[in-house]
Every structure is written in structure tokens, then in C-alpha cells.
Ligand binder design. Structure first.
Ligand SMILES: NC(=O)c1ccc[n+]([C@@H]2O[C@H](COP(=O)([O-])OP(=O)(O)OC[C@H]3O[C@@H](n4cnc5c(N)ncnc54)[C@H](OP(=O)(O)O)[C@@H]3O)[C@@H](O)[C@H]2O)c1
Length: 163
């Protein structure tokens, strides 16, 4: 089972300017294509309720799981409040081989702190926010290996493995 974080970040490490900004409003066409390809390959995406609120629907071709303490009544959405390891166990039993953790900072941080993340796909976009929502919001001490990087358009696509 491969658990990965997928995120677009500004060149100064932010995932958004503010909590209600859709994550796609400032990202490149190349990143949208990359996100679609990688998450469809996994078949299951996990996000927090605030990120979901900026999307508002299930994404086609992917099981969409939303973390919330209140059930979300939208077609195709499964709401959860399971601990990361429990959710992963459930998805493994359902036959998934990869899980895409799609944000926001609360969900990225919760999965990273749970020690279940294997790798990160980061798209570095050529923008600077100066302030905003960071990729992670708690202290972490994680070492990674750079597996791949590629320039597409004006974006850098990097894949890291946690060591
Ligand atoms: N650049 C990118 O790639 C990217 C990707 C994703 C998101 N984002 C950005 O990230 C921002 C949102 O991040 P965020 O941290 O504010 O919100 P978030 O992680 O999307 O969602 C937080 C919500 O998840 C629910 N939640 C969290 N932990 C839970 C648990 N253990 N059990 C049950 N529910 C739980 C709670 O919802 P309830 O209050 O409903 O209980 C909480 O309010 C947005 O600006 C978005 O655009 C950027």
C-alpha cells in the first residue's frame, strides 16, 4: 500500500492564500492534468471538509473520502473521522493499492504525524504568497529522498520518498 501526499505549493511553501480559496484557482494547467492522472491511478482521494467545500462534488473516477465530524450529503462522497491507520486498513481491505492524500494543511499534517505517508508529489508553482496556509502546520522532522523532478511549463514536479 502506497500512501502519498499530493499538493501544489507556492515557491515559498504555501498551499493557499486563505482557507476558502479553491486550491485550483492559482495552479497551472499542467498541475491540474498531473493531479488528475496521479489521483485516477490511485483510485481513492482523501481530503478535509474545508478543501471539499471549495470543490463541492465527488471527482469522477475516484472514490472521494472527506474528513468531517458532520456527515456530508453529497452524491459519491464518503465521510470519515477514522484515524489515518484505520482508514488505510479499510481501504486496503477494499483492494486499493494507493491512497492520495489531497489536503488541506490539517489533513496533510494529521497523516504525516500518524507516520503513514510514504511519498509526496509536490508541484512548485512560480508564485510567492508571503503569507497563507502552509503545507504543514505543526513541527515535523522528516527526511526525504528526491526520486524525480521535472519541469513542465513553468511548474516543477517533484516526487519525494520519505526515508
Ligand atoms: N494547494 C493544494 O494542493 C491544496 C490542496 C488541498 C487544499 N488546499 C487548501 O487548503 C485549505 C484548507 O485547509 P484546512 O487545513 O483549512 O482544511 P482541511 O484540511 O481541508 O479540512 C479541515 C476539516 O477536516 C475535518 N477534520 C479534520 N480532522 C478530522 C478528524 N480527525 N476527524 C473528522 N474530521 C476531521 C474538519 O471538518 P468539520 O469541521 O466538518 O468536522 C476540519 O474542519 C484551503 O485553502 C484549500 O484551498 C490546497
Amino acid at each position: 500500500m502506497k500512501i502519498f501526499i499530493i499538493s501544489a505549493i507556492s515557491a515559498d511553501g504555501f498551499i493557499a492564500k486563505d482557507p476558502i480559496a479553491p486550491s485550483t484557482s492559482w495552479t497551472s494547467a499542467e498541475d491540474k492534468k498531473h493531479f488528475s492522472e496521479i489521483t485516477k491511478r490511485a483510485g481513492v482521494i482523501v481530503m478535509g471538509a474545508k478543501t471539499f467545500a471549495t470543490i463541492g462534488r465527488a471527482l469522477p473516477g475516484r472514490k472521494t473520502i472527506v474528513y468531517s465530524n458532520t456527515p456530508i450529503n453529497v452524491t459519491g462522497i464518503e465521510t470519515t473521522s477514522l484515524a489515518p491507520a484505520e482508514l488505510i486498513k479499510q481501504l486496503e481491505q477494499e483492494g486499493f493499492k494507493e491512497v492520495a492524500i489531497c489536503g488541506g494543511t490539517t489533513i496533510y499534517t494529521m497523516f504525516m504525524k500518524a507516520g503513514v505517508v510514504d511519498s509526496l508529489y509536490l508541484t512548485i508553482e512560480p508564485v510567492i504568497f508571503g503569507s497563507g496556509i502552509p503545507l504543514f502546520k505543526e513541527t515535523l522532522d522528516i527526511k526525504m529522498e528526491l526520486l524525480n523532478f521535472e519541469k513542465r511549463g513553468q511548474s516543477i514536479f517533484a516526487e519525494y520518498k520519505i526515508v
